[in-house]
Write a protein of this length. Structure first.
Lengths: 301, 400
């Protein structure tokens, strides 16, 4: 298997070209552009309804790979059908890759995702997590972190925190399916594409969750996408780790996390989060980081 | 070719076995279960080497997987019932919009709430605007034959649309009937190898299901025109079916219509009971009554229906379904079909047989007598035949 050492090793060829209708600085678009460098044109992307659904707009597409958009909750089951259809027709080499948002993954599509993962279908599932239902204008999902304001969890007199529900631990859920599960970041493309290469080699289901910084929803300057993605990792909001056969490996370890405030202060969605909210978010992050450190190299699920 | 006793569920499974689909995604629901269990057993026994049998997490996933497989050029079969068919509803429109020739057996069962396991046609007819082509079988031989025909029609490049083949739950699904199972050689002659037209290929990236702007109307119109084309294709396919298998089908099933003054319009298995009642009424009472069974629901074979009913004096549309606040679903469709005829019959509506309420010969005779009265008074009626809905207490939960 090809192992990239530095960003200079990454393939130059792009299969995500001009003509995209995504926002400037769109994290999920950057993620797909990177992913296709490794996946190549003999790939069917199974898209769940969301921001990325608008990449192709008839009769144009920025993509040089195949694409099926079915609905929002069924990327995994559509992919299972495509996989078996291809296999039965003797076309085993094509990649079948889901590219779905967090709402389509954590919430409305979790039954379909769980089914495909439990059956260990030969599919790569990439969740681009923008921590909201983004395409509809930034509403709460179960991936939205504590303290984030969204359009359906607005801060107000009776609710100064915004999102009060703690987000699902999706990696643990997917790890418990005994599949390959990993997080990835736009700020660490070498790590992301090495994980994707591993997923490609596997004879079974892989789940990669990419933090998809969202300039419109998170409300930040579009030029900061990579910086914010990096801060998410450095502050422990988005630790890079993987779970295989139930064993956890922390991919980027730090002796000390940066305070979450550095991540929060660049984004409008956390503006006006009261200090007790920041403190609670910080303790949730520290708790998760401690757990990951404790289980690093050990059976986690 | 062999003669054997099979249930409706097994007849559908035999249809699937003979066409050798590449992919069968499944999820169990009463009364469809026996169909997929039969296929699962054959798969385990190695009878279908070219087929992958998949077990999904819901009917929604079943239809989604069917779409995924059909989009890459696989031949797909599945089956469902009732709540399962409704859970698929969203994806049914998508399958039709993508013009994917999926074939599905539907085994009708009334819808919740309250729960019933027995048959009426609301689940099936709920899909009538989905873009699928829709067949409704009367007996188990027809179930098998229509599954075979469905693939020929669905895969025809003038059509390229998914097809449902419906049978009544329990009455057909779990009842053994003697049927002829055609030989694989005959099926091979009838149904050519499937060559997909617009599919994704390794060296040819394709985008399926993207958003469109002004072109939306054009794509919808194509779905409509393709469905209309299916009428002609169905007639060709039925001719060819007759040539190879020696069984004759038409867009509509006409029974004793030549001299019929009264005509009962029916769907599904109750037609067999009605035909028996009609023969008795003719023999014993000399009543000139006949029957028109709706075999093809979509596309709507308006010409064939109008032609079959043009000499009738009175027509009873017997709906085994209900649109609450409206009445029987097929009644307005028949009325509309006859409206512009030079001389149109009186049309009465009867809602019957919900949740499997048995439609006996006695009940069919009752409807026929009411229709005779209507013809005499010149006033059509809109009526329930199983229950009196006048002065009904809609909150009475006791004393039923």
């Amino acid at each position: 298997m090809q192992e990239f050492k530095s960003i200079r090793d990454l393939p130059e060829q792009d299969y995500f070209t001009g003509g995209s209708s995504a926002c400037a600085g769109c994290g999920p678009s950057m993620g797909l552009k990177l992913a296709l460098k490794v996946l190549g044109p003999e790939t069917i992307i199974i898209n769940a309804s969301g921001c990325m659904t608008l990449l192709p707009l008839y009769p144009n597409t920025p993509l040089k790979a195949s694409w099926i958009h079915n609905a929002i909750e069924n990327a995994s089951s559509t992919a299972a059908g495509a996989r078996h259809g291809l296999d039965m027709l003797g076309n085993r080499d094509m990649n079948v890759v889901c590219y779905a948002g967090d709402g389509a993954t954590y919430d409305i599509g979790i039954a379909s995702l769980s089914g495909a993962a439990a059956k260990n279908e030969r599919i790569i599932y990439i969740c681009y997590n923008n921590q909201s239902f983004g395409n509809t204008g930034f509403q709460w999902s179960t991936a939205t972190p504590y303290g984030s304001e969204t359009k359906t969890t607005p801060r107000g007199k009776d609710n100064p925190i915004g999102t009060t529900v703690v987000n699902k631990n999706m990696l643990k859920i997917m790890g418990a399916h005994r599949v390959y599960a990993a997080t990835a970041s736009l700020a660490y493309p070498v790590d992301f594409l090495n994980k994707l290469n591993r997923a490609k080699e596997r004879d079974g289901f892989s789940y990669i969750e990419l933090l998809g910084a969202c300039t419109a929803g998170w409300n930040y300057d579009p030029r900061l996408t990579v910086r914010i993605s990096k801060l998410a990792v450095r502050c422990g909001m988005w630790p890079l780790y993987e779970i295989e056969n139930g064993v956890l490996t922390l991919n980027k370890d730090f002796s000390e996390l940066k305070p979450i405030d550095e991540f929060l202060k660049l984004q409008g969605r956390y503006r006006a989060l009261p200090q007790d909210g920041v403190d609670r978010l910080q303790s949730l992050i520290s708790e998760h980081w401690t757990e990951l450190k404790e289980y690093n190299g050990l059976r986690y699920v | 070719m062999k003669q054997t006793l099979v249930t409706g569920n097994e007849a559908a499974a035999w249809g699937a076995r003979l066409v050798q689909p590449n992919y069968i995604p499944t999820f169990p629901i009463t009364p469809q279960t026996e169909c997929i269990e039969t296929l699962a057993r054959w798969i385990s026994d190695g009878e279908l080497p070219g087929t992958y049998f998949d077990r999904m997490e819901s009917e929604h996933s079943v239809m989604s997987a069917a779409v995924g497989a059909a989009a890459v050029g696989a031949r797909v079969f599945t089956a469902t019932s009732s709540q399962g068919l409704l859970l698929m509803h969203e994806v049914l429109y998508i399958a039709a919009g993508m013009r994917l020739p999926i074939v599905m057996a539907t085994i009708s069962r009334g819808l919740s709430a309250p729960v019933t396991l027995w048959s009426d046609h609301n689940d099936f007819l709920d899909q009538r605007d989905s873009g699928w082509l829709m067949f409704h079988a009367e007996n188990n031989q027809e179930v098998l034959d229509l599954v075979l025909q469905a693939y020929r029609i669905a895969e025809d490049s003038r059509v390229l649309l998914p097809v449902m083949v419906n049978m009544d739950g329990y009455v057909l699904s779990f009842t053994d009937e003697p049927i002829t199972i055609p030989s694989p050689e005959m099926v091979k002659e009838f149904l050519p190898k499937y060559t997909p037209k617009h599919t994704i290929a390794k060296d040819r990236p394709v985008t399926v299901g993207p958003p469109v702007l002004d072109e939306y109307t054009i794509f919808r119109a194509q779905n409509h025109v393709a469905a209309r084309n299916a009428l002609e294709v169905m007639e060709e396919v039925m001719d060819d079916f007759d040539r190879i298998f020696g069984r004759r089908y038409h867009l509509v099933d006409e029974f004793m219509l030549d001299d019929a003054e009264l005509v009962l319009v029916t769907q599904g298995s109750m037609s067999t009971t009605a035909k028996a009642a009609i023969m008795e009424m003719r023999d014993e009472e000399g009543i000139k009554v006949g029957l028109l069974r709706l075999r093809v629901i979509r596309p709507w074979p308006a010409k064939a229906i109008a032609e079959a009913l043009k000499n009738a004096k009175a027509v009873a549309v017997i709906d085994r379904n209900l649109a609450p606040g409206r009445g029987g679903i097929m009644f307005p469709e028949i009325v509309e079909t006859l409206y512009n005829l030079d001389r149109r019959p009186l049309v009465s509506s009867f809602v019957v047989g919900l949740g499997g309420n048995p439609q006996t010969e006695h009940k069919v005779k009752e409807i026929t007598r009411k229709l005779m009265d209507d013809l005499e008074t010149g006033r059509p009626r809109v009526e329930w035949n199983d229950v009196d809905v006048n002065d009904m207490d809609v909150n009475d939960m006791e004393g039923l």
